[in-house]
Design a binder for this molecule. Structure first.
Ligand code: ADP
Ligand code: MG
Length: 322
């Protein structure tokens, strides 16, 4: 199978690869052509996933595809952008038809779920790696940025944290859990659900936002730095899923605070918008608040005491809480 047959058979023929909407021209020419509605800006983000670094090799090709696209689409959610399409640069050690069919099926499934059309890419031979670039649109000036958090805003998260981090030892084959629990945790790792609708709903309401890819504390640090504020996080308010609560509390909390891969939106919100948003997004949680001061994240106990942050000091505050 040559490169062109591979592209035609597995990618150009997929239902997600057909032109339409803002995609005036998709796969098959030297460039794709996108038409943006008047007054909108193009939001662009790219992610590379390398075998053995960002995912175990071998792994299920359909799940790999779903994870790659979910992770990349999450950046559109974080900016409040409406998805348009994506390109897929694929480097493969060999062109195995079974592998490609499963991979393309996963790409198609995730693309349809997230409202993204496959508009082009590149196919090369080499150690397995994927580079996906996503394109979205957002009304000019309305994108959610990291830099707008103001003292007095609430710090909020779009849902529970820590499931994907708890899945990592399972993904790496370092731990076993009861099948039902393992399945739920693994789904959050392999099939991340970018909060695209929430991101769009936050336009004009949230003062700053990003998606949590490196862990709550690390990513909160990015908002604090870009906005020049202090973010106070109350440990007792960090939401853990019912699945995660079946694990030892310390492990669950460590994953929620410092583990990555959750792909929830973390955002700051003037308090007057909270009630309306929570009515529509009941899983949304308030973690704390924005205060004036030098770019910093503080972790607080229920009594307001500042807690040391993991990894170094984690055990101590874990014991304090119990
Ligand atoms: P060029 O040599 O002009 O860069 P290619 O021969 O690499 O073009 O690709 C031919 C067409 O197939 C282009 O439209 C390109 O975007 C598309 N394409 C190549 N690889 C992929 C892929 N893995 N997924 C989707 N589209 C692809
Ligand atoms: Mg090429």
């Amino acid at each position: 199978m040559d490169e062109f047959e591979l592209i035609r058979r597995f990618f150009a023929a997929a239902s997600c690869a057909q032109a339409g909407g803002e995609v005036a021209l998709g796969i098959g020419d030297d460039c794709a052509l996108l038409t943006l509605p008047a007054g909108e800006q193009l939001a662009v983000s790219t992610d590379t996933l390398v075998a053995g670094v960002h995912f175990p090799d071998p792994c299920d090709p359909s799940l790999l595809a779903q994870r790659a696209l979910g992770v990349t689409a999450s950046d559109l959610a974080a900016m409040g952008a409406t998805p348009i399409g994506f390109t897929l640069a694929l480097t493969l050690p060999q062109a195995g038809a079974d592998w490609l069919a499963a991979f393309a099926e996963g790409i198609n499934q995730a693309a349809e779920r997230h409202g993204l059309r496959l508009i082009g890419g590149d196919t090369t031979r080499g150690p397995l790696s994927l580079t996906l670039t996503v394109f979205g649109r957002v009304p000019a000036g309305a994108a959610l940025r990291r830099s707008g958090a103001r003292p007095g805003d609430l710090l909020c998260v779009g849902g529970s944290l820590g499931d994907a981090a708890a899945a990592l030892p399972l993904v790496l084959g370092q731990q076993q859990l009861p099948a039902e629990l393992a399945e739920l945790l693994l789904a959050s790792y392999w099939q991340p659900q970018p909060q695209l609708a929430l991101g769009q709903a936050l336009r004009g309401l949230a003062s700053a936002a990003l998606d949590i890819s490196d862990g709550l504390l690390a990513d909160a640090g990015h908002i604090a730095a870009s906005s020049g504020v202090v973010l106070c996080i109350e440990l007792a308010r960090v939401p853990l899923s019912p699945d995660l609560q079946q694990l030892p509390r310390e492990q669950a909390l460590r994953g929620a605070l410092s583990g990555g891969d959750d792909y929830r939106l973390l955002f700051t919100l003037p308090p007057e918008h909270l009630a309306d948003l929570q009515a529509q997004w009941p899983e949304l949680a308030v973690l704390g608040r924005v205060e004036a001061g030098c770019a910093e994240v503080r972790l607080l106990a229920e009594d307001g005491r500042e807690l040391p942050q993991p990894p170094g000091g984690y055990q101590h505050f874990g014991q304090d809480r119990d």
